[in-house]
Design a protein around this ligand. Structure first.
Ligand SMILES: C[S@@+](CC[C@H](N)C(=O)[O-])C[C@H]1O[C@@H](n2cnc3c(N)ncnc32)[C@H](O)[C@@H]1O
Length: 219
């Protein structure tokens, strides 16, 4: 099946970004670490890294779940995923399962105890993608999300900067006012706060129970 236009544009963008991605992400590593800490992972747990990119978070997540735990991940860009594969092969990690597939159709090998949305604006702004992911985590799973957002509205033109910074990466650079709210709608006890002087956010909660599957009336 051909990728949808947004997925295709994102794949094209990351084809160019993949080579220098890890270097460019160093500035935002502290926020990634904070989001991972909010998952309150325990040894033996299964954690899902959504849109894992080059696998920058794999080691941090493995450190938390330990050798008995498991990291699940997926990533749609072939170039980003190739780096994630090289990272796993290079380190010889055997408890990382990852696949080069889009969020809208990913099928996980098991339900996750926790789910991380680190800098995955295109995924977190796509209701079908978030629904597909949240269906596959355990009810009550810890959820953490971090990324960029617009500054408060009264800062006016500053938001041009936020939009320009997002554009080279995201197919959906707009919609930065409350980028967490689709994920929030799948959670209970969700809280968020501003970071990086208002240009970033971090949020966390627990996955709500899945809505019951509608029974089909028999003829
Ligand atoms: C800014 S990077 C973040 C990567 C990683 N989470 C991190 O913290 O470094 C966003 C990633 O989301 C991926 N992505 C965007 N849309 C996607 C989709 N629909 N399904 C899977 N991956 C997607 C991109 O290819 C890219 O690797």
């Amino acid at each position: 099946m051909n990728p949808a236009p947004d997925n295709e544009l994102s794949i094209r963008r990351y084809r160019q970004r993949a080579v220098n991605y890890d270097e460019s992400a160093q500035f935002t590593m502290p926020l990634r670490r904070r989001a991972i800490a909010l998952l309150r992972l325990a040894p033996g747990q299964v954690v899902l890294d959504v849109g894992a990119g080059t696998g920058l978070s794999y080691e941090l997540l493995r450190n938390e779940v330990g050798p008995q735990g498991r990291v699940l991940a997926f990533e749609q860009s072939p170039e980003m995923f190739a780096q994630a594969q090289a990272r796993v092969a290079g380190a010889g990690w055997t408890n990382v399962w990852h696949a080069n597939v889009p969020a809208e159709t990913v099928v996980l090998p098991q339900a996750a105890d926790a789910v991380l949305f680190n800098y995955v604006h295109d995924i977190s702004r796509t209701p079908a993608a978030v629904a597909c992911i949240m269906r596959q985590v355990k009810p009550g799973a810890r959820v953490a999300i971090a990324g960029m957002k617009f500054f408060p509205w009264w800062t006016g033109p500053l938001n041009l900067l936020a939009w320009l910074k997002n554009r080279p990466y995201n197919a959906r650079a707009a919609d930065l006012w409350r980028p967490w709210d689709i994920v929030e709608s799948h959670c209970q006890a969700f809280e968020w706060q501003s970071t990086q002087f208002g240009m970033g956010y971090i949020g966390h909660g627990t996955a709500a129970a899945h809505p019951p599957t509608r029974l089909r009336r028999l003829p």
